[in-house]
Design a protein around this ligand. Sequence first.
Ligand SMILES: [Zn+2]
Length: 702
Amino acid sequence: MKKTILIMLGATLLFGSCGKKDNSIEENPLIMDWNTPLETPPFEKIKPSHYLPAFTYAMKEHNKEIEEIINNKEKPGFENTIVAFDNSGEILSKVSGVFFNMTEAKTSDEMAKLEEEIGPLVAKHSDEILMNEKFFERVKKVYDNRDKENLNQEQKMLLDKIYKRFVRSGALLKKDKQEELKKINEKITTLEAKFSSNVLKETKAYMLVIDNKEDLKGLPQWLVDNANATAEENGKKGKWVFTLDNPSVFPFLQYSEKRDLREKIFKAKNNRCNNGGETDNKDIIKELVYLRAKKAELLGYKTFADYVLEERMNKTPKEVFSLLEGLLEHSIPIAERDAKQLEKLLDKDEKNAKLQAWDWTYYSEILKKQKFNFDEEQTRPYFEINNVRQGCFDVIEKLYGLNFTYRKDISVYEEDVMAFEVKNEENKTVGVLYFDPFTRNSKRGGAWCTEFRGQYIKDGKNIIPLVSVCFNYAKNSKGRTTLTAEEVSTIFHEMGHAIHCLLSNCTYKSTAGTNVPMDFVELPSQVFEHWTKQPVVLKMFAKDEKGQTIPDSLLNKIEKVGSYDVGYAMSERYAAAYLDMEYHILSSKDKIEDVNLFEKKAMEKIHLPYNIPPRYRSTYFNHVFGGEYAVGYYSYVWSEVLDADAFDAFLETGDVFNKTIADKFKNEILSKGGTDDAMTLYKNFRGKAPSIDALLRNNGIK
Ligand SMILES: [Zn+2]
C-alpha cells in the first residue's frame, strides 16, 4: 500500500496567506463539480497548469472552514469540532487525490517541478493546523469531556485519532519545548534525506565491469544482454556491466559460477555507505538515533520505539522482540540445516571451502533445479495478464459478491488504464476501480494501490471510493503479455488492498478503508496472495494460448517448491527487523561508539549464523534511516503472521471459498476500516488472537 498520499489526505490542513483570486477558478476542472459518470475525475480536461491555482484556492477554502470551527460560539463538542474537522478540506482532498496520484502514475518534468513547489506548501499547511493553539484547545475540551458525549465505537476511535494526531505533534508541550521539537524534526528530516541520497549515490556509483567472456559463466542470456546494454550506456561498448541495482546484483549472485566475482559484488553491496568519506552513513545513524530518542523523551515516552508502537497492533517493544525471537528460534536451525546441504555442493567445486554469504543463493539455485526440475519460465505461458485480472475479479466475486463491469465512458488518464464499476450482491454500486497494468516512462517503478477518493458518509449519503491499482508489467505489443507466478501474486496483493477500500462501510474519512495501523494494513493484501497458490484457483484462469488449463504436474511442482530455502529468507528478514528495534530502544544518553560493532553485537544476541547477514545492514537500511519506516520493518513480519493465521480459517474448513468465513472476513475486517482497535477486529473475525503456528507450518517448519 502506498501510504504517503493517504496520510496526506487524512491529515487535513491549514494555511495562513493565500494567492490572489484566480478569475478562472470556477472553470478549473479540479474544482468544478464533477458531472461525470459516478463523479469521477474528468482527466481529459485536467492540465498541469490547473494544479497550482486549484491548490491555492483549496487551501484558502480550508482555512475558512478551520476558522469557522474555531469561531463557533457553541460549546466545543464532538460534532461541531471533531466531525467538522474530519469533513473539512474536501476540495483540498479532491485536488490532492488527483495531483499526488498523477505525480506517480503520469509524471513529467513539469509535474515534478510542480511537486517540488506544491509538496512543501501542503506540508506547511498541515503543520500549521496541528500547531494551531486555539484549534487544539477545542479538540482537547472535547477529548477531556469524552465520557459525557455518549459516543459509539467508531466515534471514539475518530476522537482518539484526531486528539493524538495533535498531541503526538507536540500540542501539549510548552512553547520552548515545542520550538525544540520543531528543530529536532527539521534535523531528522534533513538527515534522513541525506542518508537516502548517500545510499543512492553509492548504489549508482558501483560497477562490476567484465571484459572476459569466461567471467560470464553460468549467467542466463537475458542477464548477459542487459549487462551488455548497461555497458554500452556507460561508454564501455563490448563489455558487460553489473550494478548494485536489485535486478542486476541478485541474479548475478544467483547464477554466476565465478566465486571470486560473487564475493566482489556481494561485498560492494553489503558495504554501501560504510567506506568512509563523504557518503559514509555511520555518523548520520548515530545522530538520527540520538535525535529520535530525544524527540520521544520530549513527548513523554521512554524510547522512540515506545512512541511509534503506541499506534500499532504490537503496542510495546517487548511484544515485537518476543515475536521476532520466537520466529528466529525456528528459522535459524532450518537455515543451518540447509547450509550443510549447500556446503556439500560447494565442496565438489572447492575442497574444504566454508560456505559464505555470497555462495548461498548460487548453490541454493543449483539444489533447487536438482530437487524439483522447475523454473519460473514453465508457468509463464499460463499467466496471460487479462486472464489473470479476470480470474482475480472472479475470485473476489466468489468470496465477497463484488462484480466488475468495464465502463468505457469513465475518463482515464492513459490509454491502457481501464475503469470498472464495482457493484455488490444487491446490485448497488460500491466504487470504481482503475486498473493500470503497464510500465511507461511517466510512471514510477513497483506496484501500488491508491485512492482518488476514499469512502465516507456525507450528509447521510454514501460517497463511493475511487480506487486505483498500478503495476509495471512490460507490455508485449505483438502478442500475449504473460506474467511470472510472482507477478500474478502481486496483482492479487494490490487487489487485496483495493477490496479493503471498496468494501469500506464507515462513516468518517479518517476511520474508513485503509486508515488502520501500519502493522495491520498489509493483512487484506497479503492474505489474498494465498489464493494464487491454490490449484482450484489457478485452474480457474491459468490457461495457455490454446486455451489449455495448467496441467496438474506443473501445479504439483509449484506446491513442492513453495517452502524451499525459507530458513535463509526468513532469518535475514527477521534479523533486519531485530536490528531496527535495537537502535530504537536506546535512550538519548546511550551513546553508540561504533555502528559496525553495535550491529555485530545485536546479531550476536540472536545467534545469527556468520553466512547470513541481515537483509539490510545499518549503513544502507533505507526503510529505517531514510524515511518513515523506523520501528516499522517488523510489520512485514507481523503481517505474515496475520495473513497465514487468517488464511488458515479458510483451510480449516477444507474450502478456500467457504462462504461463512468469507462473510466474516468481509464484515469484521474489510468493511470495518479503522473503526475499532485492530486486534479487536481480528479477534472478532478469527475468534482468537493470531499465533505464529500457521506461518511456521506454511514454511514447512512445523
Ligand atoms: Zn501492500
